[in-house]
Design a protein around this ligand. Structure first.
Ligand SMILES: *Cc1c(COP(=O)(O)O)cnc(C)c1O
Length: 456
């Protein structure tokens, strides 16, 4: 039976999903609503209207509609680079001498090099549809900015990207890819916004953070006519668009009667993991099947494993609504020597609720062990993985090795979110033995928690 399963399973275009799946519809305990910091009340459509596109606000606030049709124009764009392959990691299994069966869903087959394009094209499409001139956003490691630039370049929308300064400096080539697609890229914090100037005055020499870049991008959107802000992770609408990953994976597995026992994904803001697990978690919530689901985060930015579940600001400048999530505090800035993305202080409200309800687990892994896993994977499976994705590889390897020891023939599925061609400075540090990791102390985290807003 196993030999009948090809190295790569591709769906046909006809088999690709025609609707996104909204996991919240099946959650008994819904994620807590976003709160307007001005009123202390759940945000309304009107509150969000100056910031986000209308259709995306509807998706953000919709927790009852299970399937939302994918507009034809977005589906056509998806066909340019999807379906993505579901790969049976035969070579890795052999190398590890494990009885486990390992599968990964590879989202790196597009120029942005990650899954982020799945939501970028959706968000840009709705902005265009509303007749807007352009969008603003932040980018950390650069994948989201690149994906959004591609989507905007395709649709002829203006794209303004605030890029976390440390990445802007470490990854100049990313910037050039974005400019190729027509985006304007500004290192953050910058002196182009009030909030940026304020942060610079308070923390001179800061290397920036995602939370800080978000504040700048939001300010830029609300102060320019015909602009809205878009975000590449964390929000429910992003998890919704990313459900295409999980829906394709499930459809491909169903073709061959495969059922994963363990599903693993890296978690920054939670979008790829939320997308990958969506249909599986749906079955779990409806009591139709059970899966072990593991979120993997960096030990340097451990929001699920060491954060608190509380209302917090989504950005450093406190201009965004507040979200109830596992958080390290909006002022938390991970050490600049942490190479990968996954640097956001909080976590998707949906994943936070699922984790809180015990429906998924989380593990934190250190940077060196992540790069060891990346290298081991690259040598047998060929793909040079992104550092973010390699967090998932680390835990997939750990699980497969454990199966070797126990003799269990588990089926392991993980999300391989992207490629690491723009992360070669980090690979270089790793190869030269110069990589270090900074894991925050309890005292540092307590100090950060003390700044959480006091909400019900
Ligand atoms: C952005 C990114 C992530 C993390 O973001 P999530 O929203 O948690 O998915 C993971 N891998 C890659 C390659 C990324 O670009």
């Amino acid at each position: 039976m196993n030999n009948a399963i090809p190295y790569k399973i591709y769906l046909t275009e006809e088999q690709m999903p025609k609707a996104w799946y909204n996991l919240r519809a099946d959650m008994k305990n819904k994620p807590a609503p976003l709160i307007n910091p001005g009123t202390g009340q759940p945000v309304t459509f009107e509150d969000l209207k100056p910031v986000f596109c209308d259709e995306l606000i509807k998706q953000e606030l919709d927790e009852t509609t299970p399937f939302i049709p994918i507009p034809d124009d977005i589906r056509s764009f998806y066909k340019m680079y999807r379906p993505s392959p579901l790969v049976r990691a035969y070579c890795l299994e052999e190398k590890l001498k494990t009885p486990a069966k390992i599968y990964y869903k590879f989202e790196g087959n597009n120029t942005s090099g990650s899954h982020k394009l799945n939501s970028a094209i959706a968000q840009a499409f709705y902005a265009k549809h509303q007749g807007l001139k352009g969008v603003t956003t932040e980018t950390g490691a650069g994948q989201w900015g690149t994906a959004l630039s591609m989507a905007c370049g395709y649709l002829g929308l203006d794209c303004q990207v605030y890029m976390v300064k440390v990445s802007y400096e470490q990854k100049p080539f990313r910037r050039e890819v974005m400019r190729t697609y027509g985006a304007k890229v500004t290192p953050s914090p910058s002196d182009t916004t009030d909030v940026g100037r304020k942060i610079l005055a308070e923390f001179p020499g800061t290397t920036g953070s995602l939370g800080c870049a978000i504040s700048e991008a939001v300010e830029a959107a609300v102060t320019q006519e015909g602009y809205r802000y878009v975000l590449g992770s964390v929000l429910n609408q992003v998890l919704l668009h990313q459900s295409v990953i999980g829906l394709e994976t499930k459809a491909a597995m169903d073709l061959y009667g495969i059922k994963p026992d363990v599903i693993i994904g890296c978690a920054g803001g939670g979008s790829n993991l939320g997308g990958l697990i969506a249909p599986f978690m749906g079955e779990k919530l409806r009591g139709e099947a059970d899966y072990q689901i593991i979120a993997v985060e960096p030990a340097a930015c451990p929001s699920l494993t060491r954060g608190v579940y509380a209302y917090d600001f989504c950005d450093t400048g406190h201009v965004c609504p507040m979200a109830k999530m596992y958080t390290l505090g909006s002022g938390f800035i991970p050490a600049p020597n942490h190479a990968g993305g996954l640097r956001y202080h909080g976590m998707s409200t949906t994943l936070s609720q699922l984790y809180h309800d015990g429906l998924m687990e989380a593990r934190a892994v250190d940077q060196i062990s992540v790069f060891e896993a990346a290298e081991e994977f690259a040598r047998v499976e060929g793909i040079l993985p992104a550092p973010e994705s390699s967090h998932a590889i680390r835990v997939a390897l750990d699980e497969a090795i454990r199966c070797r020891e126990t003799g269990e023939e588990k089926t392991i599925l993980f999300g391989l979110t992207g490629t690491g061609y723009f992360d070669l400075v980090a690979y270089e540090k790793f190869h030269n033995g110069e990589m270090s990791d900074y894991i925050p102390t309890d005292e540092e985290l307590q100090a950060s928690f003390a700044t959480l807003p006091k909400i019900g």
